[in-house]
Every structure is written in structure tokens, then in C-alpha cells.
Design a protein around this ligand. Structure first.
Ligand SMILES: C[S@@+](CC[C@H](N)C(=O)[O-])C[C@H]1O[C@@H](n2cnc3c(N)ncnc32)[C@H](O)[C@@H]1O
Length: 805
């Protein structure tokens, strides 16, 4: 325990710290008392992170309306606390925003909410209320990089294949090095919808994914976890993760639809923040959770998610009433935007929005809007708060929202749905009612628009409609990529994503920085299979700077492919590009083609040929040189600033550079699951059935020169597990990237890295493209062709090409 003096000092500091967060001293005292007890007077823990535990606890206490413990005779510490409180001058409140973003979830949680402090702050005596909290509940939002089943494919075994030091020795002998031939293969997914509405999004800002919420019967929303897997949103997206029910009615705390309606109460105790040990909590078999989530963007979209898990199939299950839902939402708003106006209500807020629309309709022009639409009191409340520009119903951000209405489009959406993992249906406070009504603004008569709109969300049971199961799938969850870095920190650089065209999120996939064996592929990475002729064990430092090229340069004719600056040598690059430009001259045919063999359709067709490519062989772990050796370029990873973006030409997502790239620069490699061709065919068949797709690239450079066994005929599929290269779109003939096979840890060319280098200088913000090598007239590909929109004047699929680009 801290000495008395120390204690006094800490108490003195706690109040101003809370005042800075806008917390009234009156609220501090009771919680502080509890904390002091819970932490066994371990003040260091309470004071940690500027009294975060205390702030969190106050917040929760406020929200949960936890009854004050009965007054006892004050202890010495309590008396001190009170004494200090009296001295305090409470500063004008700065809004306390407690946005529960991903990154914050892993922060120490407060003991009143049953969560364990982080390891670094474990108190000597743990708060007793932590007992129910499983570590999982507090584990933050660590993405799952594990073998999971997607697209109907059982991904049962995934072995990591590090390009550097990892060793996976399956005890088989490698096939001998052969001449490289290759042909590329990329399948198609359903073409992304072309945006039908105009929207502007600042780079790095995101909208909520309207179309990411699939209607599906395969809901996967783990009881307490789905929200944990929501992405990091930056301002202006504000996400409130589920917390304990914040509705004033205590029935909401211990049973949302409970006592008032005469049903057995459900508990709301199992929120992500941890299950407070609540005397009213039912046995776990009867537990249910209700979570409210609210998110808004600068485009004026406001999404409300209500999720309910567990107990839905129980006979005594009961939905909360509309009044309760509206109240919950109101409570969220009040909390998030620090609204103190007692008159604030969600229906009123929406009415104000309608008034704004009408106002705009009256004034019409954008010039008029410069002064801003007149907004009602609720909106004013928001405007005054820090939330301006976040909720987007107050302040200048409105202007964008309403300016769009001249196109018949208003970027305001209200969405409230009850997501029920187990029930056969979901109740939805019709997601798009508001949006659709707003979209029809031009048809509205001034007299009824507001009423209609408000009616649609006013607590009225008749506005609830039964819709097909509307649930978050694992894919939905996995599509919540971090807007700043969809690599999840796996690369040296961050790769952001942006959608300035639609509301789409990037497709769901697991980011992996290195290829992974799916199951049957034979990839023998072992030191023993690297003979002395394949490595430079006596080299030191940087091989590229050495006057005599080492053994690793043998594959490139005794000369390194890279310059001392780490770029491809002009001459080597030219040779590679010539092959791509004149494929007919570099095709080689296998006697017994693994691709044809795997088709398994009764008879073996002759090989259609594989392109013979130039290989690079990089130094590796068995070499004497260092990791920074100039002949280890692709192993050093992505070093340029790239960005995934939504293309405006109907190609879906693409990859672009945010900085100028010199000619011959390594950009990234195509990373994915290593599959045998047989596995790819099986996967494609399943995909066809369930509407999924594969993004395969054949590693066929060696196929023409010898018999290739099934387990050695490989490809990479980046659809479910991949890196940023999975976003690189195709461009016929004059693409700015060229793909080059690079051997690193396997001297045998049946497995290699598929690396992209710039074929010319590329300006910042240019889209990166490569020529998939597709013959658009050959319909016998093991994948579906797409209509090319590359825009190249050399497009091989002219019909669909946009020549104007
Ligand atoms: C490897 S993915 C590229 C990323 C993809 N655009 C996305 O949104 O995820 C290949 C798919 O992108 C689309 N695509 C790539 N290049 C295209 C092009 N030139 N024209 C039209 N669609 C293209 C096709 O649907 C193709 O199957």
C-alpha cells in the first residue's frame, strides 16, 4: 500500500484528471472508493495511463446505473478522498469520448466491469469481480491468421513457408532444377457492381459496408466475439462496441424485455467488456446478450447494429420493445456525443434531419447551402459537441450530405437491425427505410416527408418487418480490414485502403506475408537440399558488390540480376519483358501436362504450353552473406508505399503506388496458399457451386522440361489467404509490372516465388497492373474469364476494354 502522503497526492491528482475528461467530481468519489478497495489501495494501478481504470469504471458505473453501495462509515482513505474532493475545482467538461476502437480494446480494462488489467498492470491482489471473465473476452481484436474454412474448402492444414529461415522438411528428395516455363492463370470473381451513386470519401476514410451484410443462413457470430473482430476505424467513423445495456430502465440491464413484459428476463451481462458478476444473472444456459453499436461517417451514414446472441430459440425469449430499442440508441448517442440536452431523442434528431432536407429543398442551390441548412435543437446539440463532423448531422459536413440531394441521392442512412445468430429470422427496423425515403426526396411533398420519415423510425411495432436472416458471416467480419494497414502489421510498410467510389469494403481474406502450403503441395525447404553449387557459403556481406559473382548468380548466367541499388538490371528486365511481349516464341509444351491430367475428364488433352521465363536465384540462409545482401531483394519484403483502392473502371479493387517507383524496382510478390493443381481443380469445382472464386497463379515454369508429379505441380491461390498482390489487376501487354520467378529457399524450380518488378518508372497514384497472360478466346481455362476493362490500346479483349483510359 502506498504511504498515506503518497495516497493523498494521488487522490488529489485523480480529480483533476477526471475533470479533464469531463467527469464531474461527484461521480468520481464513489467509484474511486470502490476501486481503492478492489485494487487493495494499489494506487499505482489506478493512476496508470492517466487514471484510465478510474475513468472506465466511472463510465461503466454511469452507464450501468450500478446502485451506489450503502453508505458505510468512511474509512481513513475515504475520508481523505472526500477531503480532496472538496478542494477541487471542476473544469468545464471536455467531452469524454469513449470510443471503443479496436486498438483500445486491448487496453487495461477496469475492474468494475470484471475485466483483468493488462499483464503489465496486474495488481498484486486481483479485483474479485474478474472471476467470470475469460481471457478471450479481453483479447482485443487480434485477427485470426489461422486455418479456417472458406468458400466451402476445408482448409485443414496450413504450413508456414517462410522465405527466409523457416524449414519444412518433408523428407522427400527435391526434383532437379530445370528450365523454366510458365503460363499464368487467374480466375475471376463476379464483377463488382459499378457504383450507382456519387459519393466522395476522403482518402483513408471509409463508409460502412452496405453490401457486406449478406443475407445468409450461415451466421457465425460468436456469442461475445463478433464485435471484437470489427475493424479499427479512424475518425470519422465512430464505433461503439457493445457495452452493458445503457437504458435507464433497470429491466434493460438485467433482462431487456424482461420484467415489464412478463417474460423471463434475459441477461445483458455478457458484454465484451466482461461479465459483471450480477446477482440477477441467469444460469449461463439462459443467457443472452444485447449489444448496440453505432457508427457514423462523414458522408452522413449512420449505422446502428443491434445484435442479440443466444437464447433466441428459447420459448421464453422475448425481443426488446421498440421503445426500449429507441431508448438504447438514444442512450448511445447521448453517451457518444456527450449530449446533455434532456430533450434529445433519436426520433427528434431524425425529424431535424428531415427538416434540413426540406430546408435544402426550399433553398435548392449549393450557394444557399454555404450558410448551412437550418437545423433543429437536437442537431444543434451535436453540433456544439465534439461530435461535429462525426455524426454528420450538424456542422458543415452536412453540406456534402445535402448537396448530393440534387441528384436525388441523400447520403444519409439509418440502419437498425437485430442480428440473431440462432434465430431463423431477424427483426429489422428496416435498414433502408430512411435511406430509401431520403433517396426519393425529390418526390416528397414537404408536408409529409418529415412525418413519413419519422414514422418509419418512431417506436411503433408496425415498423418492424421480418426479413430473411441477416447476419454477420465470418466473411463479413474478415472484410473489416484496418483502413490504415490491411497487412495487419505483417509487412515493413503499412498498406492502407481507400474507397472513393462506393461503400464497399475490401473483400474478406486473410493477409499473409509469405506463401503457405495448403495441404498436399510438396515443397521441400531444407538446408540439405541446397547443394554447394546452389549457394555461396563462403561469401560475406553484400554479394552484389563483390567483383566476382557468387554461385547464386549462376542461374542468371553468372551475373546478378540486381544492381547495387537493388533494382533489376536494365538488360535483365528487357529480356524478361520481351518474353511477355512475344509469348509464342517462348512457349514450351509438356509431354504429360499436370494441368490436363488434373482435369480428370476422361481423356488427356495435349499440353497447351507454358511460358519459359527467366529465373532469378537469390542468396539465402545457407549463404555466407548477410540479410542485407543485394542479392536478397524479394526476401527483404515490400518497401514502397502502396495502397489498395477501389477502381473507377469496374475492375473492383486494385493496387496503386503512393510514391514514384523507379524502373526495375521490386514491388511485391504474389503470395497465397500453395496448392497442387489437383487441389486447385477441386477448389474451383466447389467454388463454382457456391459462387466463390479462386485467384490462382500457376507455378508452371518448369513443367515442360520433365515429368512433373501431381504433388509437384503447384500454384498459388490468393483468394482467401494472400497479400496485397491479390489486388493487382490485369492489363493487356503494356502493364507496368512484370512477373519474374525467383528461387530463394528451394533450388528446384517446381516451387518459386512469383515476384513483381516495375517495367518502367511509375508515377505516384498510378495503378499497378500485370498481364495475367490470359487468352480471352480460350474458354478452356480452369477458371472463369472476365471482360477486360484494362483500357490498354493493346487490349486482347477489345469488346470490354475501355479505350479512353
Ligand atoms: C486478382 S483479382 C484482382 C483484384 C480484384 N479486382 C478485386 O477486386 O479483388 C482478379 C480479378 O479482378 C478483376 N479484374 C482484374 N483485371 C481486370 C480487368 N482488366 N478488367 C476487368 N476486371 C479485372 C477480375 O474480376 C479478376 O477476376
Amino acid at each position: 500500500m502506498a504511504p498515506k502522503q503518497e495516497l493523498k497526492k494521488l487522490v488529489t491528482e485523480a480529480y483533476p484528471a477526471m475533470a479533464n475528461l469531463g467527469i464531474d467530481a461527484k461521480k468520481v468519489k464513489p467509484v474511486l472508493k470502490k476501486l481503492v478497495k478492489l485494487y487493495d489501495k494499489n494506487w499505482e494501478l489506478i493512476a496508470e495511463e492517466n487514471y484510465r481504470a478510474l475513468a472506465d469504471a466511472i463510465f461503466e458505473t454511469e452507464e450501468d446505473k450500478v446502485p451506489e453501495p450503502k453508505r458505510k462509515s468512511p474509512t481513513v482513505d475515504e475520508e481523505e478522498t472526500e477531503g480532496e474532493e472538496a478542494q477541487l475545482h471542476v473544469e468545464p467538461a471536455q467531452p469524454l469520448k469513449r470510443l471503443r476502437l479496436k486498438g483500445q480494446e486491448s487496453q487495461p480494462l477496469h475492474p468494475l466491469n470484471n475485466s483483468a488489467p493488462s499483464s503489465s498492470s496486474t495488481p498484486s491482489k486481483k479485483p474479485k469481480l474478474n472471476e467470470n471473465a475469460s481471457p478471450k473476452e479481453f483479447s482485443g481484436l487480434k485477427p485470426q491468421n489461422k486455418a479456417v474454412s472458406f468458400g466451402g474448402n476445408a482448409r485443414t492444414e496450413v504450413r508456414s513457408l517462410p522465405s527466409g529461415d523457416g524449414i519444412v522438411d518433408q523428407g522427400k528428395q527435391p526434383a532437379s532444377t530445370q528450365v523454366a516455363h510458365r503460363r499464368r492463370l487467374v480466375s475471376e470473381r463476379a464483377p463488382p457492381s459499378i457504383p450507382s451513386k456519387e459519393a466522395t470519401v476522403e482518402a483513408g476514410k471509409v463508409l460502412l459496408p452496405n453490401n457486406q451484410m449478406h443475407c445468409t443462413n450461415t451466421l457465425i457470430v460468436p456469442k461475445d466475439e463478433p464485435i471484437d473482430e470489427l475493424p479499427d476505424y479512424e475518425v470519422p467513423i465512430a464505433v461503439i462496441a457493445p457495452e452493458r445495456s445503457s437504458v435507464k430502465d433497470s429491466s434493460m440491464k438485467n433482462g431487456i424485455a424482461g420484467k415489464n413484459m412478463g417474460h423471463a428476463p434475459m441477461t445483458s451481462s455478457q458484454y465484451r467488456d466482461g461479465g459483471v458478476e450480477d446477482e440477477n444473472v441467469l444460469p449461463s444456459s439462459n443467457k443472452a446478450t444485447f449489444n448496440v453499436e453505432l457508427a457514423s461517417s462523414t458522408l452522413g451514414e449512420v449505422k446502428l447494429f443491434l445484435s442479440c446472441s443466444s437464447a433466441l430459440q428459447r420459448p421464453n425469449f422475448c425481443m426488446p420493445s421498440c421503445d426500449q430499442l429507441v431508448e438504447m440508441v438514444g442512450e448511445k448517442c447521448r453517451h457518444l456525443y456527450k449530449i446533455s440536452d434532456p430533450n434529445f431523442s433519436v426520433p427528434k434528431l431524425l425529424r431535424d434531419i428531415c427538416d434540413c432536407v426540406l430546408e435544402f429543398k426550399k433553398t435548392g442551390s449549393n450557394e444557399d447551402l454555404q450558410e448551412g441548412p437550418k437545423i433543429g435543437s437536437s442537431v444543434d446539440v451535436l453540433k456544439e459537441s465534439d461530435a461535429e463532423g462525426t455524426l454528420n448531422v450538424g456542422g458543415n459536413k452536412d453540406l456534402d450530405m445535402f448537396a448530393n440531394s440534387s441528384n436525388g441521392i441523400i447520403n444519409v442512412k439509418s440502419s437498425a437491425s437485430l442480428i440473431s445468430p440462432q434465430s431463423p429470422f431477424s427483426l429489422s427496423l428496416d435498414d433502408d427505410v430512411l435511406a430509401s425515403k431520403m433517396d426519393r426526396t425529390n418526390d416528397f411533398s414537404e408536408s409529409n416527408v418529415g412525418k413519413e420519415l419519422v414514422d418509419s423510425i418512431t417506436p411503433n411495432p408496425s415498423s418492424l418487418v421480418v426479413v430473411p436472416q441477416h447476419q454477420l458471416t465470418a466473411d463479413d467480419i474478415r472484410s473489416f480490414h484496418d483502413v490504415n494497414d490491411l497487412t495487419k502489421g505483417e509487412e515493413r510498410v503499412q498498406i492502407s485502403w481507400v474507397n472513393e467510389t462506393t461503400n464497399d469494403f475490401p473483400p474478406s481474406f486473410n493477409y499473409i506475408p509469405q506463401n503457405l502450403v495448403f495441404r498436399d503441395a510438396y515443397v521441400n525447404i531444407s538446408l540439405s537440399c541446397i547443394g554447394s553449387e546452389d549457394c555461396c557459403s563462403t561469401c560475406m556481406g553484400n554479394c552484389v558488390l563483390s567483383s566476382t559473382p557468387c554461385a547464386c548468380a549462376n542461374k542468371t548466367g553468372g551475373k546478378f540480376a540486381y544492381t547495387a541499388q537493388g533494382l533489376l538490371k536494365e538488360e535483365f528486365l528487357e529480356e524478361c519483358m520481351v518474353i511477355g511481349r512475344n509469348p509464342q516464341q517462348y512457349i514450351i509444351y509438356c509431354k504429360d501436362c499436370p494441368l490436363e491430367r488434373s482435369k480428370n475428364d476422361g481423356y488427356l488433352e495435349p499440353c497447351k504450353g507454358h511460358l519459359k521465363r527467366k529465373f532469378i536465384k537469390e542468396c539465402w540462409s545457407k549463404c555466407g552473406c548477410g540479410k542485407q545482401c543485394g542479392n536478397r531483394i524479394i526476401q527483404q519484403g515490400i518497401k514502397y508505399n502502396l495502397q489498395v483502392f477501389f477502381t473507377s473502371e469496374g475492375k473492383g479493387w486494385g493496387l496503386r503506388t503512393l510514391e514514384e517507383l523507379p524502373k526495375g524496382a521490386f514491388v511485391c510478390e504474389f503470395v497465397g496458399e500453395i496448392l497442387t493443381i489437383k487441389e486447385l481443380c477441386d477448389r474451383n469445382m466447389k467454388c463454382t457451386k457456391n459462387g466463390k472464386f479462386t485467384y490462382p497463379v500457376l507455378l508452371d515454369a518448369d513443367w515442360g522440361s520433365k515429368f512433373v508429379k501431381d504433388e509437384e505441380a503447384l500454384c498459388l491461390d490468393a483468394a482467401s489467404f494472400g497479400n496485397s498482390a491479390r489486388f493487382i489487376n490485369h492489363r493487356c501487354c503494356d502493364a507496368n509490372l512484370v512477373e519474374i520467378p525467383v528461387e530463394v529457399e528451394v533450388p528446384d524450380s517446381h516451387y518459386y516465388h512469383f515476384a513483381f518488378f516495375t517495367s518502367r518508372k511509375i508515377a505516384a497514384l498510378e495503378e499497378l497492373t500485370w498481364d495475367y497472360g490470359i487468352d480471352f478466346h480460350d474458354h478452356d481455362h480452369p477458371f472463369k474469364l472476365f471482360q477486360c476493362r484494362c483500357g490498354s490500346k493493346f487490349c486482347r479483349n477489345m469488346k470490354g476494354s475501355n479505350r479512353s483510359i
